[in-house]
Design a protein around this ligand. Structure first.
Ligand code: PMP
Length: 466
């Protein structure tokens, strides 16, 4: 008889790891995490790491919440599935819609929000927004008004529509994306794209002027919506430059352009506020939520639409029929039950204030321990959404010649030393975004390990910079 395959071999022979370099993976093999508790993960060999990534910005309440597992199990026992088509519904879906709507209205100062639509992923939430803004304008009798403006460097998902909104060419290459009617404008990343001597305010004004020029060039009657994350995540951990969103929103209002706010990462306390929309005084027409909605204990996304959009949908659907968009798993009762319990934890343990406080502590500790490193250009962030930008030359803010090699090297060494960070794929930025439950002692431990890793690879970084 043939001996059973090891997990390692099964992985190599069967599992396709998305968004992973196939050749790198074959060389390094899988790290199989088998348990999680709080901010810590344990791999198949019993080695422990502190997860300063919260599994792609998801696990806001931390790992190993038995209470959430119990809620999922009892929801499954009671009613494992119900859909939302026709007049069907489930109690958790109704309760979550009500809770989410009121939470967002209150915490984002957004009384204009009116209805909740459920999906299962951030990508499908942005697909819903993509289709909704077209539908809205078609119902209003202006079919030409259908372009969506997004920012270069932004990440909004990988489906054909959301992947088109994503402003990173690597996600388009080979897939014949972006789709027509998607327009990209510059990324408001001040540290990277600010001109020498240009103030943050002047930079923000230049970004807004570019958006104005783009709207005028394309024709305002062809632009349906603008999409943005309050703080860019995958695009480099980029908080908006001061004044940027005020300028943007003024333009959108002038030209009757809907504002889609992608809060897939920023929602549910990540930035130190319940929502980025509240923090930066955004007035969305459509909000996309996922990840922290369930802390990834169950796949679930939500789109919240404003009264303005809802009113048109509601009024005209009486003549044109239903809004023919929705997924089998929209409002899955198990996911909605888990989301409700997850919101209880975030509110009950005051994790939003904790994110704000621990975020300040993390920033301070990183600045103090590696801020003087010649290859650390910028340490920035808000709440527990923190990034370190690496440069080969600090004074001239020059990138390493081999793009991405340097920060990946540090992250790899850090993982060996027991701290998981996320080296972003297309910028020399490493993201720190632990579960919001992280303590000062855990931050100290993680920063110490990371600083040690950076020290270890300094000779290689010098060689890469040369
Ligand atoms: N929007 C943003 C801002 C994201 O960060 C992500 C995922 N990283 C998505 C959308 C897509 O979410 P999903 O991977 O669940 O489709």
């Amino acid at each position: 008889a043939t001996p059973p395959l090891s997990l390692d071999d099964m992985d190599r022979q069967s599992l396709f790891h998305p968004v992973t370099s196939i050749s790198d993976h074959i060389t390094s093999g899988p790290v199989v995490y088998t348990r999680g508790d709080g901010v810590r993960l344990t791999d198949q060999h019993g080695r422990e790491v502190i997860d300063m990534g919260a599994g792609l910005w998801c696990v806001n309440v931390g790992y190993g919440r038995a209470g959430l597992a119990d809620v999922a199990a009892s929801a499954m026992r009671e009613l494992s599935f119900q859909h939302l088509f026709g007049s069907a519904a489930s109690e958790p879906a109704i309760r979550l819609a009500d809770r989410l709507l009121n939470l967002f209205r209150r915490e984002a100062c957004a009384p204009q929000m009116a209805r909740v639509f459920f999906g299962t992923s951030g990508s499908d939430a942005n697909d819903t927004a993509f289709k909704l803004v077209r539908y809205y304008n078609n119902l209003l009798g202006r079919p030409r008004k259908k372009k969506i403006i997004s920012r270069l460097g932004a990440y909004h998902g990988v489906s054909c529509a959301s992947g088109s909104l994503t402003g990173i060419s690597a996600y388009h290459k080979g897939f014949d994306l972006p789709l027509p009617d998607v327009v990209h404008v510059s990324c408001p990343h001040y540290y990277r794209h600010g001109l020498p001597g240009e103030s943050e305010a002047a930079f923000a004004a230049r970004m807004v002027a570019e958006l104005r020029a783009t709207i005028e060039r394309e024709g305002p009657d062809t632009i349906a919506a603008f999409i943005a994350e309050p703080v860019m995540g995958t695009g480099g951990v980029v908080p908006p430059p001061a004044g940027y969103f005020q300028g943007v929103q003024k333009l959108l209002a002038e030209h009757d352009i809907l504002f889609i706010v992608d809060e897939v990462i920023t929602g549910f306390g990540r930035t130190g506020s319940w929502f980025g929309s509240g923090k930066y005084a955004l007035e969305p027409d459509i909000v996309s939520l996922a990840k922290g909605l369930t802390s990834a204990y169950f796949p679930l996304s939500a789109s919240i639409v404003s009264e303005r959009v809802w009113r048109v949908l509601e009024a005209t659907s009486r003549t044109t029929g239903a809004f023919m968009h929705g997924f089998t798993y929209s409002g899955h009762p198990v996911g909605c039950a888990v989301a409700l319990a997850n919101l209880d934890i975030i509110a009950g343990e005051d994790l939003v204030s904790r994110s704000e406080k621990m975020g300040r502590y993390l920033l301070a500790r990183l600045r103090e321990s590696i801020g003087d490193n010649p290859f650390v250009g910028d340490i920035r962030g808000t709440g527990l959404m923190v990034g370190i930008e690496f440069v080969a030359d600090r004074a001239r803010r020059q990138d390493f010649p081999a793009e991405g090699a340097a920060h990946r090297l540090v992250a790899k060494r850090a993982q060996e030393r027991g701290v998981l960070t996320r080296a972003l794929p297309f910028l020399p930025v490493t993201s720190f975004s632990p579960p919001l439950t992280v303590t000062e002692a855990e931050i100290d431990e993680a920063v110490e390990r990371y600083a040690g890793a950076l020290g270890d690879v300094l000779p290689q970084l010098r060689a890469l910079a040369a």
